[in-house]
Design a protein around this ligand. Structure first.
Ligand code: MG
Length: 170
């Protein structure tokens, strides 16, 4: 049986991951309206990944006999005006998600819940990659975004991203 606090934090994370998906759909839509279909594609796939993350937490709770409660998902908070805005908001959001994962890990550690710690290991690594990707996008936009050819190349590159299922299977 999962510790009550750990189970509650894991259930909250389901909502947070769905919120991430919702936020990235908002970003995807913003870029679609700007005509930057590559950026739009990148965030559409990012949203799919976040949904996968949510379902991994659902599956883990189910596998461990803990209740799953689906709460309301907040409206995406980012106010987007410039093509850089989703990228910086995305980086900040991923740092926040990292802090959430670490908080769950801490609770699992305190209760010697080694199974949950092992489950979360994948997410700790994943968050490292998410932050790196988000930070790279900010840097690339800073470098190439003000030049129309550079922006076109960047958009084309991001348009090539294809969805792949998460490497973690429960
Ligand atoms: Mg996630």
């Amino acid at each position: 049986m999962l510790n009550e606090k750990v189970a509650s934090l894991l259930n909250t994370q389901v909502n947070k991951e769905f919120y991430s998906a919702y936020l990235y759909l908002h970003f995807s839509n913003f870029y679609s309206e700007l005509g930057l279909d590559g950026f739009s594609n990148w965030y559409m796939i990012q949203a799919q990944e976040e949904r996968d993350h949510a379902m991994l937490f659902v599956k883990y709770l189910q596998n461990n006999g803990a209740p799953v409660v689906y709460e309301a998902i907040d409206k995406p908070a980012a106010d987007l005006k410039d093509k850089m805005d989703p990228l910086t908001a995305g980086l900040e959001h991923e740092k926040y998600v990292t802090s959430l994962i670490h908080t769950i890990y801490e609770a699992a550690y305190e209760t010697r819940d080694f199974r949950t710690m092992q489950f979360l290991d994948w997410f700790v690594k994943e968050q490292g990659e998410e932050e790196t990707n988000a930070s790279d996008l900010v840097k690339k936009m800073e470098l190439f975004g003000s030049d129309s050819k550079g922006l076109y190349m960047l958009d084309s590159q991001l348009g090539g991203r294809v969805y792949s299922a998460p490497s973690l299977v429960l």
